[in-house]
Ligand binder design. Structure first.
Ligand SMILES: NC(=O)c1ccc[n+]([C@@H]2O[C@H](COP(=O)([O-])OP(=O)(O)OC[C@H]3O[C@@H](n4cnc5c(N)ncnc54)[C@H](O)[C@@H]3O)[C@@H](O)[C@H]2O)c1
Length: 279
């Protein structure tokens, strides 16, 4: 049984998508949770929806601003008396930090993406760790992406930032383990968040659907449950790890599979895989 009874958590980007699912799950498991998000309207709506528990508070936070990150940690300590869990989850949208293939990148685009996806997590750790040490330990969970595991071609800064998050995860785990602080990353593939459903082009959706071994795509709750596990005492001996939650997408070699099947004389089932086997 996973319990977060008595734990205080901060979830960045907690107002929607994966973050909101994590906030709800943490509250259900007994934690006191701070929603740290730039979107005040969605934060207030979630705070209101879960307000009857008395265990939730929103703190307007822009993770691109160091003072805001320091402020969200101080807010959690002031409001709930300490800090046990930090979920560095917020990711800035491509409208704020456009990305490109490497020949099309500007330094400004690069810097914004790095700032939004990895500098922010480093700063979260910087301000959370002393508070966790004061409490006798804690757990940090960083939301990465399968873009850290394989190239996505026109998301070079994002891929580099999320890969950097894995290095940050290992560094924090190795440095603060003796302070009883664990640090892990959850690594989603494609997730059907509300925003994702609205913005994902149908052909890309179809591609994900055909290439994912499990017969459905991930919902925010699928990522949240793993983030919550990593944050909980149930993962008490897990640290420095990056746990992929992608329905098996990254474990499959999409172009090799049809050839291997063909070489074994197994018919290639187009209805399952959605494209023709290459010659
Ligand atoms: N959805 C996916 O398919 C997917 C896949 C892999 C990784 N991820 C990662 O998961 C994390 C969460 O993404 P999501 O899909 O739930 O997105 P989302 O857009 O549904 O939610 C992101 C939240 O972050 C908040 N946010 C944006 N900029 C912020 C800022 N500057 N300061 C504070 N909060 C800010 C938004 O207001 C929003 O509430 C991100 O780190 C993203 O890179 C998502």
């Amino acid at each position: 049984m996973i319990s977060l009874q008595g734990k205080v958590a901060v979830v960045t980007g907690g107002a929607s998508g994966i973050g909101a699912a994590t906030v709800k799950m943490m509250i259900d498991l007994g934690a006191q949770v701070v929603i740290a998000d730039v979107d005040e309207e969605s934060s207030a709506a979630l705070e209101k929806a879960l307000g009857h528990t008395g265990n939730i508070a929103a703190c307007r936070t822009d993770i691109l601003i160091e003072d805001d990150i320091r402020g969200m940690i101080d807010f959690a300590v002031d409001r709930f008396g300490g800090l046990d869990i930090l979920h560095n989850n917020a990711g800035i949208p491509r409208t704020i930090a456009p990305d490109a293939e490497v020949t099309g990148l500007t330094v400004e685009m690069w810097n914004k993406t790095i700032a939004g996806h990895v500098t922010s997590a480093m700063l979260g750790c910087k301000y959370a760790i002393p508070k966790m040490i004061a409490r006798g330990g804690g757990a940090i969970v960083n939301t990465s992406s399968s873009s850290a595991l394989a190239a996505t071609v026109d998301l070079v800064a994002y891929g580099v930032a999320k890969s950097g998050l894995h290095a940050l995860t290992r560094e924090v785990a190795a440095t603060y383990g003796r302070d009883n602080i664990r640090c892990n990353a959850v690594v989603p593939g494609a997730v059907m968040t509300e925003r994702g459903r609205k913005t994902l082009p149908p052909d890309i959706f179809q591609l994900f659907a055909t290439e994912t071994p499990l017969p459905r795509l991930a919902e925010p709750e699928d990522i949240a449950s793993v983030a919550v596990f990593l944050a909980s005492d149930a993962a008490g001996m897990v640290t420095g790890q990056a746990l992929t939650v992608d329905g098996g997408m990254m474990t499959k070699l999409p172009y090799w599979l049809p050839k291997m099947r063909a070489s074994r004389g197994t018919a290639f089932d187009e209805s399952t895989y959605g494209y023709e086997a290459p010659d």
